[in-house]
Ligand binder design. Structure first.
Ligand code: HEC
Ligand SMILES: [Ca+2]
Length: 291
């Protein structure tokens, strides 16, 4: 009961805040976005679309695209939820037309995302699938964000807020039907990627029993770690000698010891998420049926 009362107070507080924001900013929207059927600003309505990652996420990807592009079964592995979309788009190869990047910073015309939104992609349908195309003004803002470098502000780190990592694809505890082509791990912070290459990333499979305690675990060989984005940091782990076999996997990035991943000031990552620097980042996923 105590908790329910607290939640109620919180949501009243938030509603009050968003009404305040809507009144302050709705005058600039001009395109009907964020308005209800009667043309009034919606509570919790999105802020006007501007060429920043946060604004595009809030106004386009989250409300329009994540109905399909979310979770382990997202089409073509493209997750557009807030935790995944930057890592899944910027400098990432399209699955449909692999020679193109989904978003190529500085070049909206060559970015597959734009081609899909404008209906001039070589493969598949216009996005959002089965709906009216996005208004030209909306696409123009996404173009502008890409033309300006497709940046996303880095969340700064400190001893009280050390760098964190999270699995994008596979995400933590995903069960995949087929082998992933890559393991994408991202941070909202900037990690010192010069330290990442040297054995800091390890991938182990369970040995077919779904458990990592028997001593039959197998270190996955032939891994390559590449940096898809420096700041915020996106790391991509690929296997060069064939697909990830059906099994349970554990991905570890050292947050302790001499090979610890750290931020650019040398402060180790908060790998275990306890709010303090240090501790290994560990994440599990499964390919096919492990047993
Ligand atoms: C109704 C489900 C649905 C919605 C909503 C949707 N998509 Fe898609 N998307 C798909 C499917 C299915 C495919 C693969 C088939 C195709 O391309 O037609 C796809 C493919 C894509 C691709 C190609 C990815 C690659 O690697 O080649 C991009 C980019 C994309 N979508 C972006 C978006 C964006 C941005 C939005 C929101 C504006 C969106 N989609 C909304 C279902 C959807
Ligand atoms: Ca085992």
């Amino acid at each position: 009961m105590r908790r329910a009362a607290w939640t109620l107070v919180m949501s009243i507080g938030l509603t009050g805040l968003s009404i305040g924001l809507s009144i302050g900013l709705s005058g600039c929207a001009g395109n009907g976005e964020g308005l209800d059927e009667t043309g009034r600003p919606m509570d919790n309505g999105p802020l006007p679309l501007v060429p920043t990652f946060a604004s595009i996420q809030q106004n386009v990807f989250t409300p329009i695209c994540t109905t399909c592009h979310a979770g382990a079964s997202a089409p073509l592995g493209l997750r557009l939820d807030e935790a995944s979309s930057y890592a899944a788009l910027v400098n990432a190869a399209s699955v449909e037309v692999p020679v193109l990047r989904r978003v190529l910073p500085g070049d909206p015309d060559a970015s597959y995302l734009i081609q899909k939104l404008e209906g001039r992609a070589a493969v598949g349908s216009t996005m959002p699938l089965g709906q009216a195309p996005l208004p030209a003004a909306t696409i123009a803002v996404i173009r502008q964000w890409i033309a300006q470098g497709a940046q996303r502000p880095v969340v700064s780190t400190s001893i009280d807020a050390p760098a964190k990592l999270h699995g994008v694809a596979p995400a933590a505890d995903d069960i995949l039907d087929s082998a992933p082509t890559e393991i994408v791990i991202a941070s909202a912070n900037a990690i010192d990627t010069t330290l990442i290459q040297t054995g800091a990333v390890q991938v182990v499979r369970s040995g077919g029993d779904g458990s990592f305690e028997e001593g039959n675990e197998v270190q996955v060989p032939s891994l390559t770690v590449t940096v898809r984005s420096e700041a915020p940091t996106v790391l991509v782990v690929t296997k060069t000698d064939g697909p990830f076999l059906p099994d349970s996997y554990r991905v570890t990035i050292a947050g302790t010891g001499s090979i610890a991943a750290s931020d650019r000031a040398g402060l180790p990552i908060d790998g275990d998420g306890d709010g303090k620097p240090g501790g290994d980042f560990v994440e599990y996923f499964e390919v096919g049926r492990a047993l």
